[in-house]
Design a protein around this ligand. Sequence first.
Ligand code: E4P
Length: 215
Amino acid sequence: MQIYLDTANISEIREAASWGILSGVTTNPTLVAREKGADFKSVISEIAELVDGPISAEAVSLDGEGMVKEGLEFATWHPNVIVKVPSTTEGLKAVYQLARKGIRTNVTLIFNASQALLAARAGAFIVSPFVGRVDDTGVDGMQLIREISQIYKSDSEITTKIISASIRHPRHIIDSALAGADIATCPFKVLQMSMRHPLTDRGIEQFLADWKARA
Ligand code: E4P
């Protein structure tokens, strides 16, 4: 399973890229708005310079035609740009039109397997089921990944990839891999948490103490 970073923060992307683990980046309007005063095109272009993989940029139009228009512009920014559209019938129209022009899409805000199936049928490159937000409703978000994975695997025509999104903690990453996700898109903090273990810290301390005390 590949790891993407879910952020528009350039320092976080630069740091995680230096770890050699990043295969792509996802952004959304909330994440871009958090980077006060930043110009959308400049942010996406800068990310594309740092990470050699798919970079999702989200359209804000609600109608298919508007999404296509935005998507066509995003696609001129960098060949790795993926146009993110919401999981609505208008979003499906945009996916279908953009796919016919060779532009890849990420259908976001997926909350049930039917949305994922229809998005794949329309020609989505990636779908983004939001596991954390499903968990918040008291339903097992990971079950959604399992269902989509099973449906996609049973249909040889479907090549759409599954990004496990709305990741909240390291266990979500592991469970996503076990449930059949192709990618987990993670907040920077969760990636940092994933590498922390008190026994690792204690082991380093002990090794250093023994090294200093050697005869
Ligand atoms: C995915 O592409 C979204 O940007 C993201 O995972 C949303 O997560 P949230 O529920 O933490 O906002």
